[in-house]
Design a protein around this ligand. Structure first.
Ligand code: IMP
Ligand code: MG
Length: 175
């Protein structure tokens, strides 16, 4: 059995989402926005955020995975679905679950930029504080956390725990 410990409650997450949605509503006022969700981890964040936005929104999803069955050890980064998007001259907000080394987000942003959107920004639920080696950071971070493996609210450990309402630290497991 894995051991997990509560880190962020659903209530805390929802309050931050309302904060950030307020900023986005101001920033994109009078504009349309394309939300590009990174499956599968960003699913709950995207749904909860989208319901707080008041500009016309389009929803698209792409897929990125680097852990899969390896659990907490990183494998090869696979990104798919970008070629089906049409982002020319659109306002694009990329939404991912967590920013660790930043490799996933930077590779996705690089590929999205090739479609020449009008604006391109990024938003993540969590940022690990040790991910400082990166040369760029997401435009919006809901919470900064320490260097630990987390699950819940869409985040998984070997495809489990996505359904947990809040975010939890995984204390035991083959971390
Ligand atoms: P990065 O490329 O190092 O920034 O890793 C980001 C990706 O790895 C995220 O999109 C997650 O899917 C996954 N990931 C990183 N840390 C965790 C974690 O603590 N729990 C679950 N998934 C994680
Ligand atoms: Mg992910």
């Amino acid at each position: 059995m894995d051991k997990i410990e509560s880190l962020l409650t659903l209530d805390e997450i929802h309050r931050r989402i309302i904060d950030v949605a307020g900023k986005l509503n101001e920033f994109y006022q009078g504009e349309e926005l394309v939300l590009v969700m990174v499956m599968k981890g960003a699913i709950f964040l995207t749904v909860d955020l989208m319901r707080q936005l008041n500009m016309p929104c389009q929803l698209e999803c792409i897929k990125a995975s680097s852990y899969g069955r390896l659990g907490t050890r990183k494998g090869e980064l696979k990104i798919s679905g970008i070629e089906e998007l049409d982002l020319l001259s659109k306002n694009v907000l990329l939404i991912d679950d967590i920013f660790d080394t930043g490799e996933t987000l930077s590779q996705i942003l690089y590929q999205l930029q090739e479609q020449q959107p009008k604006t391109l920004r990024s938003l993540v639920l969590l940022k690990k504080q040790l991910g400082q080696s990166s040369t760029f950071f997401p435009d919006h971070v809901l919470f900064e956390i320490g260097d630990q493996f987390v699950v819940g609210y869409g985040l998984d450990y070997k495809e489990r725990y996505r359904e947990l309402p809040g975010v939890y630290s995984l204390i035991e497991g083959d971390v």
